[in-house]
Write a protein of this length. Structure first.
Length: 317
């Protein structure tokens, strides 16, 4: 095989550097004695920023805790623990539950999945660690159905909030910021009704049945929702509403965070109405723009100082 001058030069440099390594001022080093074998140098791995990505091993450990009850390990990875762990919960998912259907026949999962992905990208760029309860385009990891009424079992909804809290324990994050992303549908499919709504968990009727307008379960999540509503609009001049509801996933998050003593804020965001032609067009054509808007609204929410006893007690007490 013929070598170019550049190749010959590289070989020479490699050979010269290798030879020089065996030479000391006193001459060539003798080979190590068989009685005293050369020590093996072990270089410890230097922790590196994960770029906001949670390792698959740590996420698997969180799901294992849910499925088996076994305690999860404590991750040694260098996560960004100075900020809350962000959990993004893309609405619906799975072959049996595609959510609402838009005016042009697009399913809710196809609308929210691209938006959720862009929210995650923007949050990671802003210095947050981010994980999904399911990856866009995939089914929920822990999914059960109530065959009698044809809807997802309550425990399946709750498992996503449990995953968020167990993952925070494993990764060492001190708090959780949780958002479930959905696309709304008007009950009568009125095309003139549009806009987003943020739901915080309701303290009333907390039994798995939807309860709109009840007292909030966590005032900190209400503040989170106020920030989202103030800073996210699907379109200029279209107001984002705020409400409370007893949706399983967010109600469980609030109650369980108190039991585990892991501060959490969260809610469910209907990013727009799939039954509105204007909203559907924006959600379908501009998922990146919406994802960036949602992320920036989340970032504008100032995390409470959970080192303060009064705030910590208000959050988990």
């Amino acid at each position: 095989m013929a070598l170019s001058k550049a190749g010959i030069g590289l070989l020479f440099l490699f050979h010269a550097s290798s030879t020089t390594a065996d030479v000391t001022p006193g001459g060539v080093n003798p080979p190590p004695s068989s009685a005293t074998p050369a020590a093996v140098l072990t270089i410890p791995e230097i922790p590196r920023d994960t770029g906001g990505m949670i390792h698959d091993r740590d996420m698997q450990a969180a799901w294992n805790t849910i499925e088996t009850g076994a305690a999860g390990h404590c991750s040694a990875l260098h996560y960004r623990r100075d900020k809350p762990l962000v959990i993004i919960d893309p609405g619906h998912g799975g072959g049996r539950d595609k959510g609402s259907v838009s005016v042009s026949g697009i399913t809710e999962t196809r609308i929210v999945d691209p938006v959720a992905r862009h929210v995650a990208e923007e949050m990671r760029a802003a210095g947050y660690d981010v994980a999904f309860t399911r990856l866009p385009g995939e089914n929920y990891r822990y999914d059960r159905w109530n065959e009698n009424i044809g809807v997802r079992h309550i425990k399946s909804n709750q498992s996503r909030a449990e995953f968020a809290l167990q993952l925070a324990k494993i990764t060492g994050h001190l708090s959780v910021k949780f958002v479930s992303i959905h696309a709304d549908a008007h009950p009568t499919r009125n095309p003139s009704v549009r806009g987003a709504t943020f739901f915080a968990a309701s303290a009333e009727n907390n039994n798995g049945l939807s309860d709109f307008g009840g007292a909030p379960l966590n005032s900190l999540s209400v503040t989170f929702g106020e920030t989202i509503a103030k800073n996210y609009r699907i379109a200029p001049g279209v107001r984002t509403l705020r409400n409370t509801a007893d949706f399983d996933v967010i109600a469980y998050l609030e109650n369980r965070s108190r039991e585990l003593k892991i501060p959490a804020v969260g809610g469910l965001l209907e990013i727009g109405h799939a039954t509105s032609p204007e909203d559907e067009r924006i959600m379908r054509n501009a998922p990146q723009d919406l994802g960036i808007k949602i992320a920036h609204a989340m970032i504008r929410h100032t995390e409470p100082d959970f080192s303060r006893e009064d705030i910590l007690v208000a959050s988990i007490g």
